[in-house]
Each structure stands twice: as C-alpha cells, then as structure tokens.
Design a protein around this ligand. Structure first.
Ligand code: SAM
Ligand code: SF4
Length: 485
C-alpha cells in the first residue's frame, strides 16, 4: 500500500473532481518491459474509485498506466449508464479509439462498468472494436479476460456478486493530488428508484468490512493524505455485522466516528446520503467531530410528493424538509447542503415543477447537480410510465431549476464575505500559479494567494469575494483573527 501511494500520479483539477461525467485520464507510470494500460473513467466518484481498483488488479498482471491512448496496448473505458448522453459519449469515444486500433491492430479495447453491465454481450455486436466487456463486480477477472482477448477471443464477465467489495485490494491512487482520496465503503444499491439504472448495473447493496476501510484511511493518512471521502450510493444504509459475532453491528454513524478518530488532522467527507435514511445520530456524529466536514449531499430529485412517490423515493416533500430542518437545527445554517434534482420526470405537471423550484427556495442549497429526465431501458419507470414530457419542456424546466439554484448559490456564497474559512490546500489554482486552491469545510472551492503555504496545509482564509461557484480570499494569521473577532 505505502509504495503504491508513494507512486501516486499527477494532479486532478478541481473541475475533474467535481463534475459528473468528466473523463479522467491516467498519467504515465515508469514503464520497463511492461504493457501499457490506458484507463478513462466516466460518471460518478464511485467509478473513479473503481478505476483505482482496476489499475491495481492490472498492475499485478504486469501493466503500467499511460496517458497516451494512441500507443497503449490495452484501453479501458470505465463507463456510466445513468443517462443516455453518458452512453453516447462512450460510443463516440469508441469510434475515435477504433482509429488508433486500426493503426495498431494489437491494441485491445475493454468496456467496463455500468454500460458494460447494462448491455452485456450485446455491446460486442454493436461495437465491433470492443474485445472485453466487464461489469463492476468482475474486475478481479480482468487479467484472465485480457489473456483470452490476446488470443483473439472476446472476453465477457458481467457476473454481479452479492459479496464482492474488493476489500483486500489496495487501490492505485490515480491522478491524485496526494491530499484527498476516495474510499469505497459499500457497493450496489437496493433502493429501486424507478428512474434509476444503478440497481441493475451495480447489483445488490453490500457493505465493506470496516477494518479494511479503517486500514485504508490510516494508510492514506500515514502517507500524507489529509482528506478521505467515504463513498456509497446510500451511505446511511451502511451496515456491517461481524461474521464472528452477528450482534456486533457497525452502522454508518459508528464507521464515520471511527474514521474521524484516526486523527483530527484527517478531514472526513461522505457521499451520498439518502433522505429516507439519514439519521440524527449521523448528524450528531458530524457535529461532535471538527474533522467531519459540515457538508451533506442530499439528493431531492423532486419537490413534489406525488412525483416522489412514482419515483419510488419512499419519502414525501414534508419528510425531506423535516430532514433539512434537522440538519439546520443540529449543524446550523453554515452547514453546506447540496442536492440532485430531475426535471421533467414522467407525468410531471407545471405545478409539480413549481414545487421543485419552491423546495430550492426553502432549503437554500449551496449547490446542486441538476438533470433532465432520461429514460433508461429496463427500469421500472420505463416499464410503467410514458416518457411524456417533451424535450423542449424538460429543457426549459431544467433551465429554470438551474437559474434559481445559481442565484441561491451566489447569495449563499456572498453571505460568507468577511468570514474566515478553514481551507485545506489541494494544489495550485487553474487560473494562476500564484494562487492556491483548496476547499472549505462546506466543500466550497476557495482561491487565495499562495504566499509560503504548501499543499496539504490547513489555512485560515478571510473571504473577500465570491461567485456562484468559488470563494476568493487571503490567508490570515491568528492575531488577525483575534482582531477581526
Ligand atoms: N444514489 C444517489 C441517490 O440516491 O440520489 C445518486 C445516484 S445517481 C448515480 C446520481 C444522480 O443521477 C441521481 O441522484 C439522479 O438525480 C440522477 N439520475 C439518475 N437516473 C437518472 C435518469 N434516468 N435521468 C436523469 N437523471 C438521473
Ligand atoms: Fe439510484 Fe435511487 Fe439507488 Fe440512488 S438510491 S443509486 S438514485 S436507485
């Protein structure tokens, strides 16, 4: 593990880490007599974490990562199937890769992840250049599938497991800034939201052994990392029963606490929380530890109870707002909250859309990930309902949601002018190498002159200016803080 972290590769930009569906590339590892592997990841943070598992499995099999797709021996696309446009991007990319493959016929192309799981062997028929198709639970089998493909056979493994958590595999930290890392704490999802393909592409929910999670977090901290994000589709339903004593159960609140106790210098984040499951116990655990970030991503999906019901989200608008009120009561107004929202779900009326807008106004989220509904084949919504909201209306509703959210984000950020935020420095700002970029506790990007600080420092920054997306400021020392107080 130590060596692997020590060999961490290049820096991820802020945009890379934040944006959904951003392509992530691997950087070059030293190559001596090794075959070259190029991985590109699409979609959510879980996929990015999975690519780190894949890199680890393939490293054992004698591959080194490269950032040069054109000259790679093996190209993996770790794909997302959440919306149709995510799949279209992969198909466009496959066509580009085929040009390289024609020049270098020995090149193998593998499609991994959710799109592979959704389409299975059909993908081989539809995209002739693909040699390997592997679902999210079959990454241990990749070396065998690659060997098979090297002999000219196509390799497919889309077996979904009830147990696989890759607990014993030390991820290779890819494109890492050396300061922040992702840790998968569970896999799959049992929730069956009617619009969502994840339960079909990632299988049943299972929680990873807490000891392996704690070891991974401790190893990261020992190697200079200062922040870990615990990942799962629904972290609040994390539950691990000790196989030797089934009554000994570790809940998410307990796990969070144990990770926080590794060191007060290690920041802890988590994602995603589910409104039906987030408990006051979790909120009080966040409150108790300064190093658990006061930031919660709580997808809403809609502000209307009827729509939530046909989405099978299993909560009402009132329930969601009660959870928000509890967050504010326990963690205060300064706790960062973000959301996911879907515009134009089947049968959504104008009034119901207005409920989503009024939910944004009530909650005053710091930011949001907002989408128009994209029907996914095989999901309950695709089977039961008609995708009946015309594309132009979906787009207009989405634009309205984005507009309201951006105004609120700007207002929320403006309120921070004159406050001091504790920022963990992640690296140089994209715009100027004279500035550092880091994140506040509430997950806001903060830019400030670098002075003599270094990556990994916690810096108190006085906020002087903001946009809807970023805060700007200057570092202040303790005496200045006392004067300001
Ligand atoms: N597990 C998380 C949760 O419960 O909200 C989120 C998982 S999903 C990868 C991320 C987001 O994609 C969802 O919160 C939802 O807003 C959006 N999404 C999922 N399926 C979608 C679809 N068919 N059309 C549009 N957006 C979708
Ligand atoms: Fe999809 Fe719902 Fe599971 Fe999130 S909780 S991954 S939206 S099924």
């Amino acid at each position: 593990m130590e060596n692997r972290i020590a060999q961490s590769l290049k820096i991820l930009t802020e945009t890379d880490k934040e944006a959904c569906e951003t392509v992530r590339l691997l950087e070059n590892e030293p190559i001596t007599n090794k075959k070259r592997l190029f991985i590109e990841s699409y979609g959510c943070q879980m996929n990015f974490a999975d690519s780190e598992i894949v890199a680890s499995v393939m490293r054992e099999a004698g591959f080194a990562t490269t950032s040069d797709a054109e000259n790679a021996d093996l190209v993996f696309l770790n794909t997302c199937a959440i919306r149709d446009n995510a799949e279209q991007r992969v198909r466009t990319r496959l066509k580009q890769l085929n040009v390289y493959k024609k020049k270098r016929p020995g090149m193998l192309i593998g499609v991994l992840g959710c799109m592979a799981e959704r389409l299975k062997a059909k993908l081989l028929e539809e995209e002739k250049m693909v040699d390997i198709v592997t679902g999210p639970d079959a990454y241990r089998d990749l070396p065998r599938l690659v060997e098979e493909a090297e002999t000219g056979q196509k390799g497919v493994n889309v077996f979904l497991s009830r147990e696989e958590t890759y607990a014993d595999i030390s991820p290779v930290r890819l494109n890492s800034n050396g300061i922040t890392a992702l840790i998968s704490i569970m896999r799959g999802c049992d929730n069956m939201c009617s619009f969502c393909v994840v339960p079909y592409t990632r299988g049943r929910e299972r929680s990873r052994d807490p000891e392996s999670i704690l070891k991974e977090a401790q190893d990261l901290f020992d190697n200079g990392y200062k922040e870990v994000t615990l990942l799962g589709q629904n972290v609040d339903s994390y539950k691990y029963a000790n196989p030797e004593n089934k009554n000994e159960i570790v809940s998410f609140a307990k796990l969070l606490e144990r990770v926080a106790l590794i060191s007060p210098e290690l920041r802890v984040r988590f994602s995603t929380s589910h409104p039906k499951d987030i408990t006051d116990e979790v909120l009080y655990t966040i409150k108790k530890y300064d190093n658990i970030c006061k930031y919660i991503h709580l997808p809403a999906q809609s502000g209307n109870t009827r729509v939530l019901e046909i989405m099978n989200r299993t909560y009402t608008r009132e329930w969601y707002l009660e959870r928000i009120d509890s967050i504010r009561r326990i963690l205060g107004d300064e706790c960062g909250i973000s959301h996911d929202m879907i515009a134009g779900f089947c049968t959504e009326t104008e009034e119901e859309h207005q409920d989503s807008l009024s939910l944004l106004e009530y909650v005053r989220f710091d930011f949001g990930y907002m989408f128009s509904y994209s029907e996914r084949p095989g999901t309950p919504a695709a089977k039961k309902f008609t995708d009946d909201i015309p594309a132009d209306i979906k787009q207009r509703r989405l634009a309205e949601i984005i507009e309201v959210q951006q105004r609120i984000s700007t207002e929320r950020n403006k309120k921070l002018i004159g406050t001091i935020q504790k920022v963990l420095v992640e690296g140089t700002s994209k715009r100027s190498d004279q500035d550092f970029s880091g994140r506040s506790d509430q997950n806001k990007v903060v830019i400030f002159p670098r002075e003599n600080f270094k990556k990994g420092d916690y810096v108190n920054v006085l906020i002087t200016d903001t946009t809807s997306a970023t805060l700007r400021g200057k570092a202040v020392v303790e005496e200045e803080i006392i004067q300001l107080a």
